[in-house]
Design a protein around this ligand. Structure first.
Ligand code: PBG
Length: 327
């Protein structure tokens, strides 16, 4: 029998051949670990819906970050779980707020050996759970929120953040934050913009992790993107680039690989993707039942996100994947 084309299986024959022709490589350098740090606890608290992930004390966070540095993971992104919340979310910019305390501790302990990022939002800190200030009518007030984001950015920068990551999907957030940082001589602090962030049902476990529930059964559809829209994501990305974003992010990842692939040729700055809590939890849940091999599926997800075009991945698999990649 003769084939009209070359036999494509030839180059798949051995592990060395496959390694040689691999188009996409997943490396420890691509991984960013999200970490939760909670105020007012004495020992770490496991998060039931995110197996293997903890709400950390300052001390347990330090231990985790030391392990990540040893594994070669280049960056972490911090999320705070404050002891008390208020209407405006003031814990987000309080110099003694939990993320600011955590940033100072990590900077003191580890210097520049790992990139310190902080999620920049209000939802973890507000009683109503929205990402911004509410008007009397209960809408999220875009422009009033920008003033608070600027305060949060300055507090995080002063505490030692290398990169702040606005995740609230307010229009103009990147520009407001850039202006505030530059005015206070934090021109070396970068902005990773959650540029194309969808109003996804995949953030459920994250909201357990940060004890957030949105008041009155509300949702974020008034500010996060509709999963039906792809072109709109490109417009979000263009605007954030024009406002000065240093890194662009697409979130979630697996159901939005088309967005990552379409964003790639538009974006010459680094492109990040967030493999979110629900994506991780689904893999872990199925693996716990013995239905899939969790680590293999996790690595397949991460490889697919790289193949779609992302340079870096925020993922709860960071530590596990780094361990596997270092083997
Ligand atoms: C907002 C924020 C969220 C996530 C990251 N930043 C939650 C939201 O938008 O409701 C979700 C991350 C995840 O699900 O892993 N501060």
């Amino acid at each position: 029998m003769s084939f009209p084309q070359r036999r494509l299986r030839r180059l798949r024959r051995t592990p060395a051949l496959r390694r040689m022709v691999a188009e996409t490589r997943l490396s420890v350098d691509d991984l960013i670990a999200p970490l939760f740090v909670r105020e007012g606890i004495d020992s770490p608290v496991p998060i039931a819906s995110l197996p293997g992930v903890m709400q950390h004390t300052i001390e347990s966070m330090r231990t985790e970050v030391a392990a990540l540095i040893n594994l070669g993971v280049p960056g972490v992104i911090l999320f705070g779980v404050p002891e008390t919340k208020d209407e405006r979310g003031s814990g987000a910019w309080d110099p003694d707020g939990i993320v600011q305390v955590a940033l100072r501790e990590l900077r003191d302990s580890f210097g520049d050996s790992i990139v310190l990022m902080s999620d920049l939002c209000l939802d973890e800190y507000t009683t109503h759970g929205h990402c911004g200030l509410l008007t009397p009518a209960g809408d999220v007030d875009n422009d009033a929120t920008l003033e608070l984001y600027a305060e949060v950015a300055l507090a995080q920068a002063a505490a030692g953040a290398d990169i702040v990551a606005p995740s609230g999907m307010m229009d103009g957030a990147v520009m407001a934050i850039r202006d505030a940082l530059d005015e206070d001589e934090f021109e070396n602090v970068s902005i990773m913009a959650y540029a194309a962030k969808y109003a996804s049902a995949l953030y459920g476990p994250f909201r357990d992790a940060v004890d957030v529930s949105i008041a009155d059964g509300g949702d974020r559809k008034g500010y996060q993107q509709d999963p039906a829209n792809a072109r709109e994501a490109l417009e979000e990305i263009r605007q954030d680039l024009a406002e000065g974003a240093d890194i662009i992010m697409v979130k979630p990842a697996m159901s939005y690989l088309d967005i990552i692939a379409r964003a790639r040729p538009e974006v010459e700055v680094p492109l990040a993707a967030y493999h979110v809590s629900g994506e991780y939890a689904m893999v872990k849940a199925a693996a716990e039942r013995g239905w899939i091999d969790g680590l293999a599926v996790g690595l397949e997800h991460l490889t697919s996100i790289r193949r779609a075009g992302a340079d870096m991945i925020l993922t709860y698999f960071a530590r596990e994947a780094a361990e596997a990649l270092n083997e």
